[in-house]
Design a protein around this ligand. Structure first.
Ligand code: PEP
Length: 257
């Protein structure tokens, strides 16, 4: 990726309610002059609390907010879902799409992720598309095939390629499923290899714009391994689950960036 600082994104999953979200920023430290781009993805119901907490701590200009999922329809009889415009109105600028828990716990398909990325771009928000192989796929030597299929399902759509080609922002997160929440981290070399495959496909599909897409690594990132992972080739930042729940640990990861 050309220019800019590393991206440090925290996915709280189904943790930290409105009250804890309000308190979280009081423990967050962002070093003066840090070039890191910091993003937090709380549960949608905690977004307003986190936003208020960031304002109280004077950090709202340093931390971008996002949601962990959206539905691709705008409104209607879709119990339990959140639309892109609702997420935007609540202060989200980014949306995680296709996180492995959405794919594997909730049965989201590649086609669903493409519809969601299109809806996010249509609504003027920034998608963060998550891709990654499971352990069986890795052991069968299918990493490249799986992650390229997940990426290509999205890039195959002209409705998506057109805004990306004309400058809409897009982030990609390589998150091997076997590394998420397991304490097993990909080696920096494994992460770089997967990121290089994704990068060359981005460039093939989007031309020079493909070089500007930040590719984050996710999977058991913690304050002790974040620095090494972020210095690996093609790793433009990290997507952090468990270790983003503690403001002190998350601050150490920001420091490592
Ligand atoms: C995630 O939720 O995207 C993630 C990578 O989780 P963890 O850091 O806990 O493995």
């Amino acid at each position: 990726m050309s220019g800019g600082g590393k991206v440090v994104a925290g996915n709280w999953k189904m943790n930290l309610g409105p009250r804890e979200a309000l308190d979280f920023p009081s423990g967050l430290r962002v070093p003066d002059g840090s070039a890191a781009e910091i993003l937090l993805f709380p549960p949608a119901i905690s977004l307003a609390g986190l936003r208020e907490g960031l304002e109280r701590s004077g950090l709202s200009h340093r931390v971008g907010l996002g949601v962990q999922n959206v539905y691709f329809e705008e409104a209607g009889a879709y119990t339990g879902e959140t639309s892109v415009s609702m997420a935007a109105a609540a202060g989200a600028g980014h949306v995680l799409v296709g996180h492995s828990e959405r794919r594997h716990v909730f049965g989201e398909t590649d086609a669903d992720t493409a519809r969601k990325v299109a809806a996010v771009l249509r609504g003027g928000l920034i998608p963060v598309l998550c891709v990654g192989e499971n352990l069986d796929e890795r052991e069968a030597g299918r990493v490249e095939e799986v992650i390229l299929r997940q990426l290509e399902t999205v890039l195959a759509s002209e409705t998506i390629r057109a805004p990306l080609g004309s400058g809409a922002r897009f982030l990609l997160a390589y998150e091997p499923v076997w590394a998420i929440g397991t304490g097993k981290t990909a080696t920096p070399e494994d992460a770089s290899a997967a990121h290089a495959v994704l990068r060359s496909h981005l460039v093939e599909r989007l031309g020079d714009r493909g070089r500007e897409v930040p590719i984050l690594y996710g999977g058991s990132v913690n304050p002790d391994n974040a620095g090494e992972l972020m210095s690996a080739d093609e790793v433009d930042g990290v997507l952090v689950g468990g270790a983003s729940l503690d403001p002190d640990g998350f601050s150490r990861i920001i420091h490592a960036a």
